[in-house]
Design a protein. Structure first.
Length: 347
């Protein structure tokens, strides 16, 4: 098998990604990924692709080979096509709307078909240089260990922490560490740029933050992190829930579903305040292309509040975030972010 001239797709401190055509091989093209400064992310990416390939799940690129000593692994090239982000930044509202719905169903398939596969995934991941801690435990630990960063924000805007805040954070962390019936293999970074509409269909790419965790961690894309119209959020949530419910009885129970959504929304909203410093109060900066840090904070708070309205529990954390949101809205007036493709009325 001979490789044609390489095409550099990405180069950064963490990894280098190259595309190459194949001459005389079983596939027409390959993607070569060399991870450098963050071997944990590189190995999680490798393990995720290999795990899905072993299970015959055509939801991402097929794993072909890897060389640990070179920190290199090879995937089948899915071909060229737009990402969901490209659709959202385009002019075709129907394509963008449909892309989000397809993504929700794709995530539902990923989770429904990997429920109860913790042991199988661990065999793949721990056969590589092993992880010292499961990703969902890392997520839970970070939430609790950096509670002080949330309190720093409260002090900065002269808001009070409601009684029960710490206990609610502990409850959220426990659900992250032990998701029970919602434990599934997750992509871990389900951003619009990581959904590719390839010639063979929609696929997820770049599994650098993949692992077994709460399934709805991936649903955060439309529930909380990415600004979409309310109608699109509701429809994506329904499509995802229907797909996941085919294998997950807990997803069929309204109370459990509402609490699961509130749990991951609370975790992500608190995480954002843990990641960002209160200096945002003095200077707004870009969080994502076309989306500022202030806009991201207010969007997370509003979406989290909406999801908490349908769920029982977490009163201390809910009231604390409401107080924080009130203080920030007194300071900031931020126009909502609207994707170019969704600017038409009614979308």
């Amino acid at each position: 098998m001979l490789l044609g001239a390489p095409e550099l797709l990405k180069t950064e401190s963490r990894s280098v990604v190259v595309r190459a055509q194949v001459r005389g091989g079983p596939v027409s093209g390959v993607i070569l990924k060399h991870f450098r400064d963050d071997p944990v992310c590189g190995l999680d990416d490798w393990a995720g692709a290999e795990f899905l390939t072993q299970r015959g799940l055509e939801l991402g690129p097929r794993f072909l080979a890897g060389a640990l000593e070179s920190r290199l692994f090879v995937l089948e090239d899915l071909g060229r096509g737009p990402t969901l982000e490209a659709l959202l930044r385009g002019e075709d509202a129907r394509a963008a709307f449909g892309g989000v719905m397809t993504t929700a169903r794709l995530a539902g398939q990923l989770h429904a078909r990997t429920l109860g596969t913790q042991a199988e995934y661990e065999l793949v991941r721990q056969a590589l240089p092993p992880r010292h801690e499961r990703v969902r435990v890392e997520n839970a630990r970070f939430l609790l260990e950096h509670e002080g960063r949330l309190l720093r924000w409260l002090a900065a805007v002269e808001a009070e922490a409601a009684p029960g805040l710490h206990e609610d954070l502990e409850a959220v962390a426990r659900s992250l560490a032990d998701p029970g019936p919602f434990l599934a293999f997750t992509h871990g970074d389900l951003a619009p740029s990581n959904v590719l509409f390839a010639p063979g269909g929609a696929r997820l790419i770049d599994f650098e933050y993949a692992g077994m965790r709460h399934a709805l961690y991936d649903a955060l894309m439309w529930l909380v992190t990415v600004p979409f119209p309310d109608e699109l959020v509701a429809r994506a949530d329904i499509a995802y829930r229907i797909t996941l419910s085919s294998q997950c009885e807990a997803a069929q129970v309204d109370s459990q579903w509402a609490r699961a959504r509130a749990t991951v929304a609370l975790a992500r909203t608190v995480n954002l305040f843990q990641w960002l410093h209160p200096r945002v109060l003095e200077e707004d900066r870009e969080w994502a292309p076309g989306f500022s840090e202030r806009a991201a904070l207010l969007h997370h708070l509003a979406r989290c509040r909406a999801l908490l309205a349908t769920a029982d529990g977490f009163p201390g954390l809910a009231r604390t975030l409401e107080a924080l949101e009130s203080r920030l809205r007194e300071r900031w007036t931020v126009p909502p972010h609207v994707w170019p493709a969704l600017r038409q009325e009614g979308l």
